[in-house]
Write a protein that binds this ligand. Sequence first.
Ligand SMILES: Nc1ncnc2c1ncn2[C@@H]1O[C@H](COP(=O)(O)OP(=O)(O)OP(=O)(O)O)[C@@H](O)[C@H]1O
Ligand SMILES: [Mg+2]
Length: 284
Amino acid sequence: MKAIEIEGLSFQYRNQEAGYALEDVSLNVEEGEFLGIVGETGAGKTTLLSAMSGVIPHHTNGEKEGVVHVKGKPVEEYASLYEMAVDVSLVLDSPENQLFNLHVFDEIIWGPENLGLDREEILDRGNRALELFGLEGFEDRITYNLSGGEKQKVAIASIYALNPDIVLLDEPTSQLDPIGTEMVFEAIDKLIEEGVTIVMVEHKIEEMAKYADRIAVLQDGSLRRVDETCSFFLEGDAHGIAPPQVTELGQRLREAGVDDVAVPLTLNESIDEYTRLLQRRGIK
Ligand SMILES: Nc1ncnc2c1ncn2[C@@H]1O[C@H](COP(=O)(O)OP(=O)(O)OP(=O)(O)O)[C@@H](O)[C@H]1O
Ligand SMILES: [Mg+2]
């Protein structure tokens, strides 16, 4: 079974002036994969995540065509957004808009509490989330006093406590400084280790190259291309999405005649590759 299956999805917001936010998008997300979504402002990235999370049609109105299946079930068949969140949960770009409780631990167990689980199970999930995301000692901290990165980490921990199979992230670091950004990617690392299926919209292409198994490009509401991350940057049309700088350096070196360099995608790959290159030339 696919984690998410989208067939012929078009969407127009009720108050949208002209055209469609999404037009005839078909796309599958495999279980356990990390799919990155890129595209210009207004391309339809947030709308696509809204359709995957059930915000469309459960919360946002408009004209929808096509079908979105989450874990084999059409999103319309879920009773509510809350019921959907157990299968698929969305992390927004703004850390402020997704914390509702005064204290960190209450925030983390808020979801499980609302699922009506046993007290023991609720506390167990809360403690596991604290531990996994390195939030021990934060239990009684006031959520609105946390840094942006910490808030976002708490938001991810709260979602993790719901135990969803799929987590969607909409530019989760766009409002954060570099330290906050690093915290969020550490939290995403944990989700990956836990085998969670991830779909992330992100402008930081270095991070995309590092994490994504595949990359999808949206342009004017249409899906232009979806491909394995490596092929996406190294072959074919990247639709104006610049590759990571280390990749560009590799490509430029090849163009300049250094044809024994394997073009890297990430910083770590490039360190290994350039170390080998120097060693082959007798420079240690
Ligand atoms: N609530 C709304 N009501 C009306 N039109 C909307 C609404 N939200 C988005 N749109 C329109 O739908 C289109 C797609 O918007 P969307 O927010 O999905 O793009 P995006 O790729 O997420 O952009 P960004 O990079 O700025 O976040 C745009 O033309 C936008 O103006
Ligand atoms: Mg958006």
